[in-house]
Design a protein around this ligand. Structure first.
Ligand code: ASP
Length: 327
């Protein structure tokens, strides 16, 4: 009995000591997409906001793009379980569970869920070469020319892929657009601006500045209601409003560590995340890009995991109905 008490006591002391000494080296946040894209931007702004609550930690963002985010996620699942390698990912954490029959990780078993960051609507975009002036003209052009057009996305299982799939299946095109995968929507956006591809659906965190500068055409937002508070997107209709029945897609981003990271460390990371989510500067920067900082139960590790489990179920049903697999 005495021995057990001593063991429990020393475990508590070492967990406490671990929390005190963490981080003991730079923290790397892996973004599973190309630099300069929307997930990258969320991760970089978050890294800045988490720095102080982690005792002026050095937080580096590393881009590990490929296969719709699954390569970078697999890398974090296999990383050292010490809290120094983290993942910022999005709805792909849930969508890829339905889209891929084989993955280098298990979404619910191989990560410690640290919490959710934000909800981000998506925007349906066209290249500046298209003549369409509004969603109605855009949709009829796509209906008439679908088979000749290219839809860019960030790889199979990415948010842009999922959104494109859902939108195309709602339109019931005679001939689907050809989908063109990129390592992230930063390079895909360049191709859209240059007119090498015709259509893309992307997080508002990547589209607001491009629409504002007139480099691409924004046609609709994917949330049920228009984003009337956003200065750049306020005049775009929601897809539902524009006649695409029941369309409602919001992308979220979350923060994860490899499964087995000590509880004292994950607690310290979750505490730092919560402080970051209340940082007025972080909130202001995110809101300007159409993102909504999460304040509900999904910011807790358990709440976020329960939410992702629900998303896996609902998205798998959508994906199965569309009859698509990535592999
Ligand atoms: N927006 C991307 C996606 O479609 C990923 C990215 O480049 O951030 O998933």
């Amino acid at each position: 009995m005495k021995k057990l008490v001593v063991l429990a006591l020393s475990a508590a002391i070492s967990a406490g000591a671990l929390a005190q000494t963490f981080p003991s080296k730079p923290i790397t946040i892996v973004v599973p997409f190309a630099a300069g894209g929307p997930t990258d931007l969320v991760a970089r702004q978050l890294a800045e906001a988490m720095r102080k609550p982690l005792g002026d930690a050095n937080i580096i963002v590393e881009n590990a793009a490929g296969a719709g985010g699954t390569i970078g996620a697999g890398k974090v699942a296999r990383a050292d379980k010490d809290g120094h390698t983290l993942l910022v990912w999005h709805i792909g954490m849930a969508a890829t569970a339905g889209l891929y029959r084989k993955l280098p990780f298990k979404a619910l078993d191989d990560f410690e869920y640290l919490g959710m960051i934000n909800d981000v609507p998506m925007t349906l975009l066209g290249s500046p070469k298209l003549e369409a002036k509004n969603y109605k003209e855009f949709a009829s052009y796509i209906q008439a020319n679908g088979g000749k057009l290219n839809l860019a996305h960030a790889g199979l299982g990415s948010a842009s892929h999922l959104c494109g799939l859902m939108w195309q299946s709602a339109l019931k095109l005679d001939k689907a657009m050809t989908t063109i995968p990129f390592g992230g929507t930063a390079p895909a956006m360049n191709a859209l601006i240059g007119g090498q591809v015709d259509v893309m659906c992307d997080q508002t965190t990547n589209t607001v500045s491009q629409i504002e500068a007139g480099r691409v055409k924004g046609f609709a937002v994917t949330t049920a209601k228009p984003l009337s508070d956003n200065k750049v997107l306020k005049d775009l209709p929601s897809l539902q409003q524009a006649g695409v029945k029941d369309f409602n897609l919001t992308i979220w981003h979350g923060l994860y560590a490899p499964k087995g990271t000590p509880a004292a460390v994950t607690k310290r990371l979750n505490d730092a995340l919560k402080v970051a989510l209340k940082d007025p500067e972080f909130i202001k920067r995110q809101e300007a890009l159409g993102a909504v900082i999460v304040t509900d139960n999904r910011i807790t590790p358990e709440g976020h995991k329960t939410f992702v489990a629900g998303q896996i179920k609902s998205l798998s049903a959508v994906i199965q109905a569309a009859g698509q697999f990535a592999d």
